[in-house]
Design a protein around this ligand. Structure first.
Ligand SMILES: NC(=O)c1ccc[n+]([C@@H]2O[C@H](COP(=O)([O-])OP(=O)(O)OC[C@H]3O[C@@H](n4cnc5c(N)ncnc54)[C@H](O)[C@@H]3O)[C@@H](O)[C@H]2O)c1
Length: 340
């Protein structure tokens, strides 16, 4: 396989804004077809990127154009049907997060891909951010000592928009938990390499008139006992909500700001001060941190490169999809046991 021939399914949102430019940044990718339910969007996006074929019907795409992979970036309620259709035509799938509306659907998708030996990857790209990889390596090298607490804050402003699929439970599966908290759960698993064993959440719709949650606080416990906290909101102004990631260990801590998102930006400070005996004076001379910055690379390009390498190897790697399925199960659990 020289270049990976990609079809795009759901072209108007994140596909046009981030994914297609990211795919084209790597000369190993070629886009051979663009599809969108809205014909004008399919045509506009195809013309913008010089793609000859555009469609509104998924089956017609597969019958007309040969693809090695498709990138699916449609509303969550479309994921299962479109992924399984791609599989029927023997096409590898890179699908946007979350994997599906619920765990049951996600399992059906993943089991089908495993049975047919085709690659399925879900678009959790934040682990490719250089600062999140820095956090992971500091932990792995033991620089934080024993990690005890992991906190994440990720919010945006998402008011009522007529026809928005994310604001309907049946179409998006939920609100800020399905949209934002899933990234935080993935980041925790990605950075620590641990599963989340127990999870509980409070959520509510406080500000907007839609039916899904616009605010949520989640607490969890990992397999080794790390305690975690996630808060996500759709009702905090964008300019007042730089994301936060805090990790506390017995020898050091990490504070990252502005790193959760679509760009490799933000800052990370690492404080290191292994303690001796008890210091009754409690004089807090703050340790001088080591500071690191986002490098500005394209995190989407990096995730597509990993996907491309997998399909070129002729083998499948379901690590990412399995993690996405686990995240889905955790979301189901939070929704089922709302602590109100
Ligand atoms: N990883 C990320 O950074 C990121 C960011 C945003 C969205 N997403 C995910 O990407 C997916 C799409 O989100 P979005 O924000 O781009 O949504 P969007 O609504 O902005 O765009 C979706 C596009 O799909 C089209 N579409 C709708 N139904 C379709 C169907 N049945 N068949 C074909 N096309 C259809 C729409 O016309 C639209 O052009 C979701 O799963 C979302 O969670 C991921």
């Amino acid at each position: 396989m020289e270049k990976i021939r990609w079809g795009i399914i759901g072209a108007g949102g994140i596909a046009d804004r981030r994914a297609i430019p990211a795919l084209l940044e790597d000369k190993n990718n070629e886009i051979v077809a663009v599809l969108d339910k809205a014909g004008d969007v399919a045509k506009m996006v195809a013309q913008k990127y010089g793609v000859k074929h555009y469609f509104t019907d998924v089956e017609e795409l597969f019958k007309t154009v040969e693809c090695d992979a498709v990138y699916i970036a449609t509303p969550v309620f479309c994921h299962k049907e479109q992924a399984l259709l791609a599989l029927e035509y023997g096409v590898n799938v890179f699908m946007e997060k979350p994997i599906s509306l619920n765990e049951k659907e996600g399992k059906e998708i993943l089991d089908a891909f495993k049975a047919k030996g085709k690659q399925l990857t879900i678009g959790y790209m934040m682990g490719f951010h250089n600062l999140h990889q820095k956090a992971a390596s500091l932990i792995k090298e033991g620089k934080l000592g024993s990690v005890n607490l992991f906190k994440m804050q990720f919010s945006c402003w998402y008011p009522e928009i007529a026809g928005a699929w994310r604001q309907k439970k049946a179409l998006g599966g939920g609100g800020c938990i399905m949209d934002l908290a899933v990234h935080c759960m993935e980041l925790f698993m990605n950075i620590t390499g641990e599963d989340i064993e127990k999870i509980k959440g409070f959520f509510a719709t406080r500000t907007f008139g839609y039916e899904v949650e616009d605010t949520a606080v989640i607490t969890f416990k990992s397999e080794s006992g790390i305690l975690g906290h996630i808060d996500v909101n759709f009702n905090v102004p964008d300019s007042c909500a730089p994301s936060r990631l805090e990790i506390y260990g017995t020898d050091g801590s990490i504070f990252a700001e502005g790193t959760l998102g679509q760009e490799e930006v933000g800052k990370l400070r690492f404080l290191y001060a292994p303690q001796g005996g008890y210091e009754a004076q409690q004089i807090r001379t703050v340790t001088k941190p080591k500071s690191y910055c986002g490098k500005g690379a394209n995190i989407y390009t990096k995730q597509f490169k990993v996907f491309g390498d997998i399909i070129k190897s002729g083998k499948c790697d379901y690590t990412c999809a399995e993690r996405a399925l686990r995240i889905q199960a955790l979301c189901d659990e939070i929704y089922e046991n709302n602590c109100y």
